[in-house]
Write a protein that binds this ligand. Structure first.
Ligand SMILES: Cc1ncc(COP(=O)(O)O)c(C=O)c1O
Length: 532
């Protein structure tokens, strides 16, 4: 048969022996593979099976190198150790503490936050529509559940939905955005529902080509950053261009630094985008409108795609801070800025909802070239659809109880109680760290974290060096082993050379947080003594 002729192949079954046992493997080959390619593939497979006795096809040597270089500190080695300690405690092993406090991750319900009743009731009804006639559920809850079910094929959340999400929910999100942005129009066709903001961010980021004009494409990211960004950039083989937030000015984002970072990156990459996290994680700063205008002007001049991570838009605590969406500011600036490409991201995991495990969020992507937009939709369609529970959560956020509806008062009560308590905890954390010797903690204006700077004694730095660890990692491990408190070392987010930080959430409930901070203080004194 002609070697170049394409042959249509069915699945083939390969047989080999392993330790005397016969093993069989079904290998699905692509629909059109040239005959020589097929023969050599068969040969490789059979060699592997007989020679390497059913050895692994996928090894560290031949796997995707981009995944190997990925790091995600929020769930890194420290957290693995914390989980191991938790198990050991449950099995009766003795530690100088009785519980592990997971202050490493913004997982609200895991640290005792109560779910919002309205959200859970709507989720319950869409899951089990028989309850629609149950008098314990208020009418507005029933109506929201019916709305969602009417958008589901077969009136069941067990069906796939359109890939960008259920149309009535996308329309509700567009309306919500318009109201949030004081009437600046939003099109439902620019809204894409996603399985958490992480999913939305990655879907847009993967549109960027990894190499442009023979150079790696680069994305500007804040330092400190939320490690999803560095991890995703590694995964997509894109270059990180770090720009530093100014800690001395409450983690402000300054133009000079953007220009420096951009100019220095030009030798080794082709800058294509900029990520801004507002309110900031891990730094908790809330950008002013003027600040956002400056960033937009910079991005316009340098032709950068803007990724506005706005998942903490409900979490603003400082009395003189206010959330301004990038979309609103950009539209109000008029042309050419109002025509810039922007993707903004929102999540059901944060805010007053804290429904991290439900996996719901949205992206609003504006001014995209229509052909690119078609590609984005094609790309997400390969993943079928975001979860219907995640979409239902989004519907509850976008269409919450209105004044006069039966759930309204309880909803407002629960929502304000979560947000007011977070505000108090933000203050408590900031004040405690600022009272500790060698610590400085900026005002937690928003989000769910504090990122204090602290001094580490030279002997501890040497001890860390001997272990090939960043000193912030040594501190965090010792804190965990002595107190059960799990935080994330500053090195996981990026920190200026010679400075040491860590990130803690403000999420433990007030009593637990108070006791955690007390233990933290005592540990710190012991640490200073140990390494003095
Ligand atoms: C800044 C930021 N962006 C995105 C996410 C991801 O959120 P989600 O749970 O919606 O994927 C997080 C989660 O902590 C975050 O802090």
């Amino acid at each position: 048969m002609n070697g170049t002729r394409l042959a249509r192949l069915k699945d083939i079954v390969l047989r080999g022996t392993s330790n005397g046992r016969t093993c069989t493997r079904r290998v699905s080959l692509s629909a059109s593979v040239s005959r020589p390619a097929r023969q050599s593939s068969q040969l490789r497979q059979s060699r592997n099976m007989s020679g390497d006795s059913c050895g692994k096809c996928l090894t560290l040597d031949n796997m995707n190198p981009n995944i190997k270089v990925m790091e995600y500190a929020v769930r890194g080695p420290l957290v693995i150790r914390a989980s191991a300690i938790e198990k050991e405690l449950a099995e009766g092993k003795k530690y100088p503490f009785t519980e592990v406090v997971k202050a490493n991750i913004g997982d609200c319900h895991a640290t005792g936050q109560h779910p919002i009743t309205f959200i859970r009731q709507v989720l319950a009804l869409v899951a089990y529509p028989e309850l629609l006639s149950d008098p314990r559920f208020p009418d507005d809850v029933k109506q929201r559940a019916k709305d969602v079910l009417s958008g589901c094929r077969g009136s069941s959340v067990g069906s796939y939905t359109d890939s960008p999400g259920i149309e009535i929910i996308r329309k509700a999100v567009a309306k919500y955005i318009e109201e949030r942005d004081a009437g600046v129009p939003a099109s439902w066709e620019d809204v894409i529902l996603c399985a958490g903001a992480s999913d939305g961010i990655k879907s847009v980021m993967k549109l960027l080509k990894a190499r442009v004009n023979n150079q790696k494409a680069g994305i500007m990211i804040p330092i400190p950053q939320y490690p999803l960004y560095s991890a995703s950039l590694s995964e997509f083989n894109l270059h990180s261009i770090p720009y530093y937030l100014n800690e001395d000015n409450n983690w402000s984002l300054e133009l000079d630094e953007l220009v420096r970072a951009y100019d220095q990156s030009k030798d080794h990459c082709n800058p294509r985008g900029i990520v801004v996290i507002n309110p900031g994680n891990p730094t908790g700063q809330v950008l002013t409108k003027e600040n956002i205008e400056t960033i937009i002007k910079f991005a316009c001049e340098k032709k950068l795609f803007i990724f506005a991570d706005e998942v903490y838009q409900h979490n603003v605590y400082a009395p003189n801070s206010q959330f301004h969406s990038f979309k609103k500011v950009l539209r109000e600036m008029g042309p050419p800025y109002s025509n810039m490409e922007l993707a903004s991201f929102m999540s059901g995991s944060k805010g007053y909802m804290g429904e991290c495990g439900v996996r719901g969020g949205w992206s609003e992507v504006i001014n995209l070239d229509p052909d690119v937009k078609a590609m984005l939709h094609k790309s997400i369609s390969a993943m079928l659809c975001p979860t219907t529970f995640g979409q239902t959560l989004v519907y509850c956020i976008a269409n919450p109880p209105k004044p006069g509806e039966p759930s309204y008062e309880k909803y407002i009560d629960e929502r304000s109680s979560v947000l007011n308590s977070l505000k108090k905890r933000a203050k408590m954390v900031e004040e405690t760290f600022n009272s500790m010797p060698g610590f400085s903690c900026q005002v937690v204006q928003g989000a769910m974290y504090a990122f204090p700077k602290f001094e580490i004694p030279p002997k501890a730095i040497e001890a860390a060096k001997a272990k090939k660890q960043d000193p912030s990692v040594l501190f965090a491990f010792e804190l965990l082993e002595s107190t059960g408190i799990c935080i994330v070392p500053g090195s996981g987010f990026g920190q200026k050379e010679g400075t040491y930080h860590f990130r803690t959430t403000i999420l433990p409930q007030p009593e637990q947080l108070r006791s955690m901070l007390e233990k933290f203080k005592q540990f710190h004194l012991q640490f200073l003594k140990k390494y003095s």
